[in-house]
Ligand binder design. Structure first.
Ligand code: RFL
Ligand code: PHB
Length: 392
């Protein structure tokens, strides 16, 4: 006989873990199936910037204790071009709002600890291979654990399995919107105190660079690089000299230290509609991807999980599928707002090499200068950056 639960959640990333946690607070049982080990998901270095509403949700739902103690609140950011650095006061532009630096793996660790402490079920190294009966009332999920094929029956299935997952494939006749960018990001983590208290987004003739951080002792840095580059081509010396060429300004120089992680990330904008099929609902990167420049991916994943948890709670409270039926429609306005902001923020700072490149450069500088001379333009950027409460 197969195991049963109310909601089978595929993937223990931010989307799956937040969903399971919020459902638990509503008395709804779930089982998370995760193909990787606990150690792997807790160490995977990815996002770092949380919007205000993401922090508010984590704190209000009881998983924000360590975050409140250790996270770094940022009330502003810097952007840099033509050798000038400008600080943008996010808190003044969006009264009382700011962003928080706290590594995605820390969010994941806190959520896993909370789920396990509450007796929640997370099956690590359990890879989902297929799903059946999604259009009926008893969906079935098949997964492989320790080499054995197992199955679990659920009322609903949440596909939180990321961009390379299997769930998206179960949606019939989807509409897909996609844009692939002609460059990638080389990201490093270095054991050195941040060289600046806040983030620096730099537009430079040699390409984009970003100074960010994880803790007062760990700096995270990114460099725009060609898509075909491999990490082996980037020695530590080459990375530091390229970062300095793009980030240093008179009177300020980047501090270096031992590099403890290096990785190359492709850049893509992607939306898969609808985000549901029968009793399967997609949340997070399984349904949409944004280029990392705008720091929206994890925030969107958590926003989807919140909408889905509310719709599932309404279903179990009233027996009505009304909220679940409009899950995609409820998520898409925020998804597309984040898509636009991430695309715009990416095109504003990166170096392009196509036929329009020189024209594009003039537009970038004009738009950056416009933001410095127009408070409404800067406010529009800031409210998107810190994250909008309501998107219609
Ligand atoms: P995840 O985190 O990819 O989790 C999906 C999980 O599903 C598992 N899985 C399966 N499990 C069972 N069976 C299967 N068949 C499975 N297939 C896959 C996977 O092992 C995995 O554990 O998706 P989720 O939850 O949707 O979360 C999305 C975020 O991880 C992602 O959007 C962010 O990391 C994006 N991102 C950023 N987002 C932000 O909000 N702020 C940032 O500052 C930010 N910076 C970034 C980023 C992403 C980056 N990279 C590496 C892509 C910076 C970078 C460089
Ligand atoms: C990060 O800290 O990894 C980060 C921060 C801001 C971004 C992108 C990535 O825009």
């Amino acid at each position: 006989m197969s195991e049963r639960t109310q909601v089978a959640i595929i993937g223990a990333g931010p989307a799956g873990l937040v969903l399971s946690h919020l459902l638990h607070l509503q008395g709804i049982e779930s089982v998370i199936l995760e193909s990787r080990s606990r150690d792997y998901v807790e160490k995977r270095i990815r996002a770092g910037m949380l919007e205000q509403r993401t922090v508010d949700l984590l704190v209000a739902s009881g998983v924000g204790e360590r975050l409140k103690r250790e996270a770094m609140v940022h009330t502003g950011l810097n952007f840099q071009f033509q050798g000038e650095r400008h600080r943008i006061p996010l808190d003044e532009l969006t009264p009382g709002r700011n962003v928080t630096i706290y590594g995605q793996q820390e969010v994941v660790k806190d959520l896993i600890a909370a789920r396990l402490a509450a007796g929640g079920a997370i099956r690590f190294e359990a890879a989902v291979e297929g799903m059946e009966r999604l259009d009926g009332s008893r969906p079935l999920v098949r997964y492989r654990e320790n080499g054995t094929l197992k199955e679990i029956e659920a009322d609903h299935v949440a596909g939180c399995d990321g961009f390379h997952g299997v769930c998206r494939g179960a949606v019939a006749n989807p509409t897909v919107y996609e844009k692939v960018y002609p460059f990638a990001w080389l990201g490093i983590l270095a054991q050195v105190a941040p060289s600046c208290e806040e983030l620096i987004y730099a537009r430079h003739e040699r390409g984009f660079a970003l100074h960010t951080m994880r803790t007062p002792k760990l700096t995270r840095l990114y460099l725009q690089c060609p898509v075909e580059d491999r990490v082996e081509q980037w020695s530590d010396d080459r990375i530091w000299s390229e970062l300095r060429a793009r980030l240093d300004i008179p009177g300020w120089s980047l501090k270096d230290g031992p590099i403890i992680d290096k990785g190359i990330t492709e850049m893509r904008s992607f939306v898969h509609q609808p985000m549901q099929q029968g009793r399967l609902y997609l949340a997070g990167d399984s349904a949409h991807i944004v280029p990392p420049t705008g720091a929206k991916g994890m925030n969107l994943a958590i926003a989807d999980a919140r909408v889905l948890a509310e719709a599932l709670s309404a279903f179990y409270r009233s027996g009505s599928s009304e909220h679940l039926a409009r899950y995609t429609a409820d998520c898409l306005p925020r998804v597309w707002r984040a898509q636009h902001f991430s695309w715009w923020w990416t095109t504003l700072f990166h170096r392009f090499e196509d036929a329009d490149a020189r024209f594009q450069e003039q537009l970038q500088v004009s738009q950056l200068r416009y933001m410095l001379s127009s408070r409404p333009a800067l406010t529009s950027m800031a409210e998107n950056y810190v994250g909008l409460d309501r998107v219609v």
